[in-house]
Write a new protein. Structure first.
Length: 642
């Protein structure tokens, strides 16, 4: 094992508040210890901190792991500051906390060697993670947020006129880094960029077309497509992150598709027709088992009678023209067809287009009578039998009168829709919230979860946002030590979930919020069969399939959140990213095989003695109350603990 040596880095924090909404600029620079209270006011926001022992001091530090650095609470290893609003009235201020090296043109604070970790301090003294999922977000010089080139964004949010937020910043050196060659000195600035008040509510189509550059728009005479590698077209709606694909020139409706694969299901049995397929049924199922039934106020936001062109096409990418409407289906929810996918990467190539999410997913377009097109994790096209079990990215059309009220369209600051931008959720019951919303639950690194559904009346089913990890590696386990394909709290994976997992990963405080025992359905879904068979005896849903009772279980095939929510392949290539992992679900494929979800969201089946990842699912009690957060990834719900 490599010997760790103490290092000396002299750190100077330069605290800045940069405001670019027509108000004043202020900056403050300090070094050293003391008890002086410093306040920086720009006219829009105020930043306050106290010079005392709580500053980051890296002198004599030992390189360490991320897991250790994130939880280090000793004096002198964090910096606390407060950001509060100085604006009166009902105006919201959008702001960003960022960091930048100031003594060198070479970027060292990039999340690889020098690590920064930002949390938000709640009223109860708990810490809420604020650092985004990627440290390496770069901005072009003088971009509209005021962030400089190579500056690292730590957190983007907004606050109202009476709001005050406390933050804590930690810093550590990666265990693999030897900084001596850098001279042992590092100075960086902590900046608060104020980049505008909440916009006046405007129709989604107007905001998109006004703010996306013309080179990232293509008008084919019917629709105006959003194109390119990564336009600012992210929208948050009903607990899920979406991409805006096109606006209709006549109706001003806007077509969206989810950024990630929401589930994994067979398209159909032997037919490639969308109409009457298992896919159409799942997308438009208004029960708790389908997609539409879990969307927020769908009749308010979504075109109910949208027309989806599912015309057969056997051409290659680059030569597909607008389908002629030979085969159309009227539904609320559909999928993108191959023409819409092709136009999204106009000006670049399929591997770099923004709709390539590094996963495998179904399209609406049949290639012939025996196969349907799907998009590979590389971004290229491929065909599969409709009986294959592949990832699903639902698509909807927003009504023309739906309005954007905040956000910039970036991944960490998506557009928010009027009527879906709840604030002040303190005291709200968790069982009133929506599938896909994030929740902080459990201990340490595996404490980010998402709402699945409210399958049992009054309860809230949640699942881990990704399969369980230990450090930077995913955990794997056999489903069972024998070849029994039925889950129980006594087989291999069930024993772990209802024992060690509850003790070491969840902890007693959170465990008390879990319903003691709920029903887990064990129906079999074979090739080409309906997702409904995972829960019901037949597709008419007349009675339930085989089941077992346990405190903790797994997701089923076809259940919401049983897709993948990170890239399996790096953008621009088919190189595996290691950000995803194959994981078990409850559903048998046959009497000898269990479904598991590949890292690219394709489903395979395996004997239960194989090793795959673990994505726990559990039901929270009906009395669980929200105490903080807004349900997004950057601000997950906090809950009251029993």
């Amino acid at each position: 094992m490599k010997k760790k040596e103490k290092i000396i880095i002299v750190v100077v924090l330069i605290i800045m508040v940069i405001a670019i909404i027509g108000i004043s600029y202020a900056a403050f620079n300090y070094s050293g210890l003391g008890t002086k209270v410093n306040t920086i006011t720009t006219g829009a926001i105020k930043m306050t901190y106290t010079e005392d022992d709580n500053i980051i001091s890296m002198s004599g530090a030992l390189p360490t792991t991320d897991a250790t650095g994130k939880v280090r609470l000793n004096d002198g290893e964090y910096f606390d500051f407060t950001v509060s609003s100085e604006i009166s009235g009902n105006t919201n201020i959008n702001y960003e906390i960022s960091a930048k090296d100031v003594t060198t043109s070479e970027r060292k604070i990039d999340g690889s060697n020098i690590k920064l970790y930002l949390t938000k301090l709640t009223d109860s003294g708990e810490e809420e993670l604020m650092t985004p999922e990627t440290y390496n977000e770069e901005a072009s010089a003088n971009d509209y947020t005021g962030r400089l080139a190579n500056e690292m964004s730590l957190y983007t949010s907004s606050m109202n006129s009476s709001e005050s937020n406390r933050y804590r910043l930690r810093m550590w050196v990666d265990e693999e880094y030897n900084p001596q060659g850098d001279g042992g000195n590092l100075s960086f600035s902590v900046r608060v960029n104020v980049y505008g008040k909440d916009r006046t509510a405007e129709p989604v189509s107007d905001v998109l077309l006004a703010n996306i550059p013309e080179e990232n728009q293509y008008d084919d005479g019917v629709d105006t497509f959003i194109t390119g590698e990564d336009p600012n077209n992210y929208i948050w709606y009903s607990g899920k992150l979406w991409r805006a694909v096109l606006t209709n020139n006549k109706t001003k409706t806007v077509k969206l598709v989810t950024q990630w694969n929401i589930t994994t299901v067979p398209y159909n049995d032997n037919s490639t027709d969308f109409e009457g397929s298992h896919m159409e049924e799942w997308l438009n199922d208004t029960t708790v088992d389908g997609f539409l039934g879990n969307l927020r106020e769908s009749d308010k936001f979504i075109v109910i009678d949208a027309v989806w062109d599912a015309t057969m096409d056997d051409r290659e990418l680059g030569s597909i023209t607008r389908p002629n409407g030979t085969t159309t289906v009227t539904d609320t929810v559909g999928l993108l067809n191959m023409y819409e996918y092709q136009e999204s990467f106009r000006g670049t190539d399929y591997s770099n287009g923004y709709l390539n999410n590094g996963l495998t997913w179904w399209t609406l377009t049949p290639n012939d009578v025996s196969s349907v097109y799907r998009i590979l994790y590389s971004g290229n096209m491929y065909t599969s039998s409709p009986g294959a079990v592949v990832g699903v990215r639902p698509s909807i059309n927003l009504k023309s009168d739906v309005k954007i009220v905040s956000g910039s369209g970036k991944k960490n600051d998506p557009y928010r829709l009027e009527g879906d931008n709840d604030k002040d959720l303190l005291g709200t019951m968790l069982n009133t919230r929506y599938s896909g919303e994030y929740i902080r639950f459990g201990n340490d690194e595996n404490n980010l979860y998402r709402i699945v559904s409210h399958e049992t009346e009054g309860l809230t089913k949640i699942t881990s946002a990704e399969p369980l990890k230990s450090g930077e590696s995913f955990i794997s386990s056999a489903f069972n030590s024998s070849r029994n394909v039925n889950y129980s709290n006594k087989n291999t994976i069930g024993t772990f979930l209802n024992g060690e997992y509850l003790t070491n990963y969840v902890g007693s405080n959170y465990s008390n919020t879990i319903e003691d025992s709920t029903t887990w359905y064990l129906g079999t879904v074979g090739g080409g069969t309906s997702y409904r068979l995972a829960k019901y005896v037949d597709t008419s849903m007349s009675s339930y399939a085989t089941s077992t009772d346990a405190k903790v279980g797994l997701l089923r095939i076809g259940e919401l959140m049983s897709g993948q929510f990170e890239r399996n392949a790096l953008k621009g290539s088919d190189t595996i990213s290691n950000l995803t992992f194959n994981y078990w679900v409850l559903t048998p494929y046959s009497t000898s095989g269990i479904h598991y979800i590949y890292g690219d969201s394709f489903s395979g089946s395996s004997e239960s003695i194989a090793d795959f990842g673990i994505k726990p699912s559990l039901n929270l009690k009906s009395n669980v109350v929200i105490t903080g957060g807004n349900g997004t990834k950057n601000s997950p719900f906090q809950i009251a603990l029993n």
